[in-house]
Design a protein around this ligand. Structure first.
Ligand SMILES: [Zn+2]
Length: 87
């Protein structure tokens, strides 16, 4: 590519704009498909993750429980339980 060729730059920018438009459309379709999958999914197989937060001088320790569907990856439930102690 020759540096300083404005025509080439304009062509490339046109291409950029066109693909950006397509990307927006495809992102929308991807999001719609995922949403539909998550609405249809029976969420039969779940994964439970525990995140322990040890707290500090002012914060009590807590545990956050995340329940996620293994198949469609939807977050089904987030629960934070605060413990009765400071670290
Ligand atoms: Zn699911």
């Amino acid at each position: 590519m020759v540096k300083g060729d404005v025509e080439v730059v304009i062509e490339l920018l046109k291409l950029h704009k066109r693909f950006r438009k397509k990307a927006v459309k495809f992102n929308k379709r991807a999001a719609e498909a995922l949403r539909e999958a998550q609405e249809t999914c029976p969420h039969e197989d779940v994964e439970v993750e525990y995140h322990y937060n040890e707290g500090g001088y002012m914060d009590k320790a807590s545990t956050t429980t995340l329940t996620t569907c293994k198949l469609c990856k939807k977050d089904l439930k987030t629960e934070t339980k605060t413990h009765n102690y400071y670290s």
